[in-house]
Design a protein around this ligand. Structure first.
Ligand code: ZN
Length: 71
């Protein structure tokens, strides 16, 4: 089951906090300092839901959580 993390910093363009799969090798992960652990989730939608308890604007990463990427 993938382990997800959310960027503590919002994207400058969209204002979204992006959710990433920690196993990603796409070079999209935030610096360790800027990661907030979301724990294990079967799907990215579970991780996005968990991230919403921290941040209002959440989006899946285009590279590693594409199914949850809404733009
Ligand atoms: Zn990513």
């Amino acid at each position: 089951m993938p382990y997800y993390t959310v960027n503590k910093n919002a994207q400058t363009s969209s204002g979204d906090h992006e959710v990433h799969d920690l196993a990603s090798t796409m070079g999209c992960l935030p610096a360790p300092l800027n990661r907030l652990d979301l724990g294990y989730h079967a799907t990215c939608s579970g991780a996005v839901q968990a991230a919403r308890s921290y941040y209002r604007d959440v989006d899946g990463c285009y590279h590693c959580a594409y199914a949850c990427h809404t733009g």
